[in-house]
Ligand binder design. Structure first.
Ligand code: ZN
Length: 115
């Protein structure tokens, strides 16, 4: 359960932010999630809903909003960028395989809303 690990990582970080800012309760967390990250959004939300209601007071009933980050791959031969989901590892412009993922594999806590 990779999603559970991510859930606890996010909860821990948000709780730290809440304590640093003297906030008693967080009602909404917005997470930016890369399209090709290994985290499945539906499973993450399931884990989240369980965890915030069982493991955290600061985050009880907190809503999780997931915003996707488009996956973009960069080609080091023709220096172009393209959509990773559509074309994978092979550059659609020059058919090179000398490509690397520029973005789309990350998860970032984008916004935290206190009530
Ligand atoms: Zn190329």
């Amino acid at each position: 359960m990779h999603e559970l690990g991510v859930t606890f990582t996010v909860i821990k970080r948000v709780e730290e932010v809440a304590r640093e800012n003297n906030v008693k309760h967080i009602c909404k967390v917005t997470l930016s999630l890369g399209e090709v990250s290994t985290v499945i959004p539906e499973q993450l939300i399931d884990c989240w809903n369980w965890a915030v209601n069982n493991k955290s007071e600061i985050l009880s009933n907190c809503e999780l909003v997931i915003e996707p980050i488009e996956a973009i791959t960069y080609c080091s031969d023709c220096k172009k960028e393209y959509n990773t989901i559509k074309y994978g590892k092979i550059c659609p412009y020059c058919a090179s395989s000398h490509t690397w993922l520029k973005q789309g594999n990350e998860f970032i806590i984008k916004d935290v809303t206190a009530d």
